[in-house]
Design a protein around this ligand. Structure first.
Ligand code: ADP
Ligand code: MG
Length: 385
């Protein structure tokens, strides 16, 4: 845990609000495989990481709530009795959304002050958004003794994003951030929200993220459109969601439908199969084949689902000539953000040098790196954590 942030946010909170806050932490997440499957009731293999967002909170006697993002150096206020999303409100709508969705469950809130700060890059596919939502709902749950279960809290976070931010996200991000278990990835069934922890034993390999530093904007991107395409095809097939489709069923549609849409649906069906295969490979410790699966997923996201971009393709293609990398793929919603790389530990520095030079030359842009470890989900920070 980032002790510096804990210290900094506690000090700043005292300065602004003259009170001692409780601290809630929610991590971001990686996803080993299973991209764009969650809103299709499918499977994914995410893990919480050791980076995330801290929310500091205390009750106030004021008749409104004040919220500050230390990272964005912005503050705003709202009244609990008058909660609406703000036009072009950006991060504020995540906060308003969580508070409003808690109220919709019938829970009574009292006025509070909130400060947030984190060490997770925003808009990079590590789900700073779910970390933000979960840190707030978990913090309010503790502060006001709301007695919300973790299952309820992730649905509140997801609905905040749907109804107040406008991103029709699946549940994977909120789930992984809430339920993460150290040293494991969660084989998540997004239909019934059950998960099985799968131990990640990479031995002489690590998971390294390379950030393209191209920030995606999911709300404005084609994310909601992809979801619509999937729903349309499910309807045509007469099934609840693409989770229930098989390859033959989808391929048959090719004569009667827009072939780009059919390819997208086919991607989802194949990606669900890859998740199950990846779990077997992890159990057998077959990292080379797992790496190949990551490349297959990238190809599917690029050519079939069409959510990659030039920079991400470059970062993935570059690894194919690096002996130390077993596999790589873009991770998250797409159109920017990070690639996930399965890389031999002893070559990380060399690899970083090689890929940064090449990326700089190709795009006149720096890439950045994060070594990530599967970690526990949300927590309340006490003096002895
Ligand atoms: P991702 O979840 O992949 O990081 P999103 O676009 O879904 O990308 O979410 C990023 C948004 O979450 C930011 O644009 C911002 O509105 C909000 N956010 C994330 N971290 C913070 C933070 N520390 N302070 C304020 N807002 C944040
Ligand atoms: Mg997000």
């Amino acid at each position: 845990m980032n002790k510096q942030i804990v210290q900094h946010i506690t000090t700043k909170y005292q300065e602004q609000f003259n009170a001692k806050p409780i601290l809630s932490f929610a991590p971001g997440r990686i996803n080993i495989i299973g991209e764009h499957t969650d809103y299709n009731d499918g499977f994914a293999l995410p893990a919480a990481i050791d980076k995330g967002i801290f929310a500091a909170l205390s009750i106030t006697e004021n008749n409104l709530c004040t919220v500050t993002s230390l990272d964005l150096e912005e503050s705003f206020q709202f009244q609990l009795t008058n909660l609406n999303s703000i036009k072009n409100g950006g991060w504020k709508n995540y906060v308003i959304g969580v508070v409003a969705e808690i109220q919709k469950t019938g829970k009574k809130l009292s006025n509070f002050n909130l400060m947030i700060s984190g060490d997770i890059p925003q808009g990079s596919g590590l789900s700073s958004s779910a970390a933000l939502e979960n840190s707030i709902v978990n913090g309010l749950n503790e502060l006001l003794d709301l007695k919300l279960s973790k299952e309820k809290m992730i649905l509140i976070s997801q609905k905040a994003e749907h109804n107040y931010v406008g991103v029709q996200c699946g549940i994977m991000d909120q789930y992984a951030s809430m339920f993460g278990v150290k040293g494991t990835a969660l084989l998540l069934d997004c239909r019934d929200l059950n998960s099985t922890p799968i131990s990640i034993q990479l031995h002489d390999h690590s998971l390294l993220l390379v950030n393209s530093n191209i920030q995606h904007s999911l709300a404005e991107s084609a994310y909601n459109n992809r979801r619509k395409v999937c729903e349309k095809i499910s309807k045509i097939l007469g099934i609840k969601s693409l989770r229930d489709a098989n390859e033959e069923q989808v391929i048959k549609l090719i004569d009667s439908m827009n072939s780009e849409d059919v390819l997208k649906a086919l991607y989802v069906v194949q990606e669900n199969q890859r998740v199950k295969k990846a779990v077997e490979l992890l159990k057998e410790n077959n990292l080379p084949e797992l790496g190949q699966l990551l490349y297959q997923t990238h190809k599917g996201l690029k050519d079939q689902y069409q959510v990659s971009c030039e920079e991400l393709d470059f970062l993935v293609d570059f690894t194919k000539n690096q002996d130390s990398v077993l596999g790589a793929r873009m991770m998250g919603g797409g159109f920017g953000g990070c690639t996930l790389n399965l890389i031999r530990k002893d070559s990380i520095n060399q690899f970083k040098n090689n890929i940064s030079k090449a990326y700089l030359q190709a795009f006149q842009k720096e890439c950045s790196f994060y070594l990530v470890h599967a970690s526990d989900g949300v927590k309340i920070i006490t003096n002895n954590t």
